[in-house]
Design a protein around this ligand. Structure first.
Ligand SMILES: C[S@@+](CC[C@H](N)C(=O)[O-])C[C@H]1O[C@@H](n2cnc3c(N)ncnc32)[C@H](O)[C@@H]1O
Length: 131
């Protein structure tokens, strides 16, 4: 386990601009790049990046897939989507009514969090780099 000085030093290197002096607060402010956000702090993920924040991104994915002939929605009820690095399931929460989703992530804590939001979706632990 890190001692407090190591954590402060590492955070000082990782975070440009911080709020407060507590490493936990810094981690919440800027989760990307900090693996703790996907492990010991995973339960906080939806407070940092909420499902509602992904509505526009999900709509853009639906549009882009549609542009390539992949329709998600009632006109294609058999559509299935594999999401790699599905995290807290925020994106999935907007897409799951349109397709059968398989959600995969390397972090068990994130899969568990996503399962609270998307219990009807299939969740599989895995590394997207695995051939
Ligand atoms: C920013 S989060 C994704 C958030 C997600 N788009 C959502 O809607 O909630 C990034 C996720 O990628 C996962 N990840 C990082 N490297 C991975 C890898 N090699 N294979 C699978 N998942 C990975 C992390 O565990 C983390 O949950």
């Amino acid at each position: 386990m890190d001692d407090a000085r190591d954590v402060r030093h590492r955070d000082h290197q990782n975070w440009q601009g911080c709020v407060g002096s507590v490493p936990l607060i810094r981690a919440i402010v800027r989760p990307v790049g900090d693996p703790r956000m996907y492990g010991e702090l995973a339960a906080w993920f939806h407070l940092v990046t909420a499902p509602a924040d992904y509505a526009d991104e999900a709509a853009e994915i639906v549009r882009l897939l549609g542009d390539h002939g992949v329709l998600l929605g009632p006109t294609n009820p058999d559509a299935s989507v594999l999401e790699l690095g599905s995290g807290g399931g925020n994106m999935a929460s907007h897409l799951k009514a349109r397709a059968h989703l398989t959600l995969t992530d390397i972090a068990p804590a994130m899969l568990a969090l996503s399962a609270t939001l998307n219990p009807e979706c299939e969740h599989i632990e895995g590394d997207m780099r695995t051939p």
